[in-house]
Design a protein around this ligand. Structure first.
Ligand code: CFM
Ligand code: HCA
Length: 542
């Protein structure tokens, strides 16, 4: 007979760790946390941004994926040339569903996969000549404004000097900016190091190149928005309606000229903090452009972010316009959420995605009355979990950042650990100005389970024990979770859906999740534990 067991977060943590050898269990224990954080209480420390324990099947990607695939990949008119084996090039080619629209006269190289297709002989004799030839070929064929070169693992191991090749070709062309990224996959513990490397090079080689300021009122940059499933298109639609001028998106549907003009903005709006905070900081340090954290995932979050932007400019015309747009957009959103809520209220979700979505999508689920019982990041840093109050005075100068510094400690230099309200007040009284941004932990319910760098074993165990109504992660998790009889939504590529950002995106998401969590199809299949039931679990809040 079936035994129904109630699990608290503490029980779950114990269950997950049970199977590991003691040393591994001790390490993993520091990355599995029962959430105690509240708005007022500093969160307990979670270990994040550390090397995955060898032998564990992580959900993470590599440094090259973070640099080429994530930051530079969505740029439509720069030739992104991968120096490496074809598999690496293919892996980072369009799988992320970052959309582009270059209009009728703009360039768009997105459908192309540029690669040097390294072979054994290039590894043995060196690949610089082949790279040079590939850059020349791309130039002859397309005459792009820029060619970006990305190193994959073997390039670093054999020592090809991609920067020297890029410099030589740039000088030779005269009218094409060629620059390179030492983003070999092994360079860091995850995609995260790749973001940092990409940010540094974009700032060094692109930002500031265009001297003429673009026209428009209320000029902003939108940092950390990659137009997955058309998210950026929806955000731009709303900006346009409000009269806000988006100079540069880093980097969904972006162009060479957008990056090159970013220094003309009055404000940087940071959507995915994890991947682009370095650029936000450098724009502030070098050009005095302040940044604020925004979030366009969720209708309420979108309204809040628009108000935040309007408040920054402080102009009545913009404030009124933003209110009018919110008033116009919200009724449809509320009508759908009210309807959907009758079927989604009280359902449970788990979310394990990159370095910001687990947090952002929490709001969307809340709008549907759903509860996130467990969530975490693949490669978030401590500040993504805890939130931070940044003191600009204590920031490292942009010029002193070098790529070798990308380690676990880099964050501690940039940000002070989360402070209590009393500590903040004392510092504010002493004249420090704080920049706040939220982390995942304070937004999650008390008693939920937060797990960093979740792996395949733990994912399946979590689902087996707690049977959430929906599990959200990426393509590697998709089918193993579905085989357990639980609907799975990809929150990286959105499967074939989207946009989920902004007002229209919220409506799309409500409908999609309603469809998934209320589908009968899952009840027709038997998961292993249903075939031979020993126990079945129910999550209870501590
Ligand atoms: Fe930022 Fe992203 Fe994410 Fe990210 Fe990514 Fe992505 Fe992601 Mo996949 S930049 S951290 S490195 S929001 S590709 S668009 S979905 S893991 S949560
Ligand atoms: C990456 C890109 C990825 C992978 C998603 C997934 C994306 O990190 O290489 O595993 O499904 O969003 O496309 O995060």
């Amino acid at each position: 007979t079936k035994k129904v067991v109630q699990f608290t977060a503490t029980d779950i943590k114990e269950e997950l760790l049970k199977k590991y050898p003691p040393k591994v269990a001790r390490k993993r224990a520091k990355q599995i946390m029962i959430n105690e954080a509240t708005e007022a209480e500093p969160a307990p420390e979670i270990v994040a941004n550390v090397r995955t324990i060898p032998g564990i099947i992580t959900m993470r990607g590599c440094t090259y994926a973070g640099c080429k695939g994530v930051i530079m990949g969505p740029t439509r008119d720069i030739v992104n040339l991968v120096h490496g084996p074809i598999g690496c090039s293919f892996y980072a080619w369009l799988t992320r569903r970052n959309q582009t629209d270059a209009g009728t006269d703009g360039e768009n190289y997105m459908p192309y996969c540029f690669s040097t297709d390294m072979q054994d002989q290039d590894i043995i004799f060196g690949g610089e000549k082949k790279l040079e030839a590939a850059i020349q070929e791309a130039y002859d064929l397309f005459h792009p404004k820029g060619i970006a070169v990305f190193a994959t693992c073997p390039v670093g191991l054999i020592g090809d000097d991609i920067h020297a090749v890029a410099k030589k070709m740039k000088a030779q062309f005269g009218d094409c900016n060629v620059f390179a990224f030492s983003c070999e996959g092994y360079k860091g513990v995850s995609q995260s190091a790749g973001h940092h490397i990409a940010n540094n090079q974009v700032f060094t080689h692109l930002v500031g190149e265009n001297e003429v300021a673009p026209e428009g009122e209320y000029k902003i940059n939108l940092l950390g928005e990659y137009n997955i499933g058309g998210d950026g298109f929806e955000i731009d639609r709303v900006f346009k309606k409000c009269g806000i001028t988006n100079i540069a998106t880093f980097s969904g549907n972006s162009s060479y000229d957008q990056f090159a003009s970013a220094q003309h903005a009055d404000l940087s709006c940071v959507m995915c903090h994890r991947s682009i905070n370095y650029v936000a900081d450098m724009l502030e340090t070098k050009y005095g452009i302040p940044w604020i954290k925004v979030n366009f995932i969720g209708a309420e979050a979108t309204a809040k972010s628009l108000r935040k932007i309007a408040e920054y400019f402080g102009d009545k015309k913009l404030i009124d316009r933003v209110e009018a747009v919110i008033a116009e957009e919200m009724p449809e959103v509320l009508a759908v959420s009210e309807d959907v809520k009758t079927r989604t209220n009280g359902k449970t979700a788990m979310m394990f995605v990159g370095g910001s979505r687990a947090h952002h999508y929490n709001e969307l689920f809340q709008e549907m009355g759903m509860k996130t019982i467990s969530a975490g990041y693949e490669f978030g840093h401590r500040d993504d979990y805890e939130g931070r109050q940044v003191i600009p005075d204590l920031k490292v100068d942009a010029d002193s950042r070098n790529i070798e510094e990308i380690t676990v400690v880099a964050d501690e230099k940039l940000y002070n650990p989360r402070k209590t309200p009393e500590e903040i007040k004392a510092l504010e009284d002493a004249g420090y100005e704080f920049k706040h941004y939220d982390g995942l932990n304070p937004d999650m319910d008390k008693g939920s389970i937060i797990i960093d760098d979740l792996n395949q074993y733990e994912a399946e165990k979590l689902v087996e024990l707690l049977k959430p109504d929906i599990f959200c992660a990426g393509i590697k998790e998709k089918f193993s979770i579905q085989k357990l009889g639980v609907p799975m939504k990809q929150l990286h590529s959105y499967d074939s859906g989207g946009p989920y950002a902004g007002f229209k995106g919220a409506v799309n998401f409500y409908k999609e999740i309603d469809r998934l969590v209320n589908s009968k199809v899952w009840s027709y299949m038997k998961a292993p534990w249903q075939e031979s039931p020993e126990l079945t679990g129910k999550f209870v809040w501590e």
